[in-house]
Design a protein around this ligand. Sequence first.
Ligand code: Z5A
Ligand code: MG
Length: 213
Amino acid sequence: EGNKKGSRGALVVLEGLDRSGKSSQCTRLVNYLEGQRISAELWRFPDRNTDVGKMISAYLTNTSQLDDHTIHLLFSANRWEKRLLMETKLKSGTTLVVDRYSYSGVAFSSAKGLDIEWCKASEVGLLAPDLVAYLDISPEKAAERGGYGGERYEKLEFQKKVAESYKAIHDVSWKFVDAFQPIEDVEKQLQEIVIDCVTECQKGKKPLSLLWS
Ligand code: Z5A
Ligand code: MG
């Protein structure tokens, strides 16, 4: 391989409340990176295509009911089943832009009342992101964007609890971006943050690390 030793892709995660704009921005980010001739892929969790993902999807659309602990572990399992491929892609130099990750897992389950440390435990050992960008918007403003469908969790009262959970789990390394700005302004800010991170990872001096730290 022509890569510099240790050179790799970056693991970039976008988090935020429902309707904060994660999916829109992930698509824009990948297009931007490709335009910069950086190999990049868009990933999302839950990945509803796997067998586990189909169980999650049935739960979210209320076609199945599951105990809170059980669905938490399924969301985790859905990340574990992608872990090896994730590592392979990163090491081969591809940057992954990931729409929700372990933080969604912990924020949503703890918002239901599950113990935060218990929620983190099943995430320990997954790859740690190089960058977490949090699309910051109030639950009220997010709800005004409309489009809340019939999926479980798409209710203002619950989103307020999720916002509190995110506050409890974030750390100083997270980049907060005001998600109430026009979509192009959010996009510009994300580009600046992400390109720095990608450059660092390309230099080969930043080994992959593991959650939860
Ligand atoms: N969940 C969990 O419990 N545990 C886990 O481990 C994981 C997830 C991974 C499904 O997730 C549910 O699973 C989710 C968390 C839970 N439940 N909830 N709530 P999902 O990712 O599949 O949810 P989604 O419905 O695809 O995405 P989203 O979060 O609801 O939306 P978004 O991706 O953040 O926003 P968007 O689709 O890009 O934009 C929403 C709308 O706003 C759209 O009309 C845009 O055009 C508009 N928009 C976007 N940006 C702007 C700006 N800047 N200004 C104005 N309008 C904007
Ligand atoms: Mg989305």
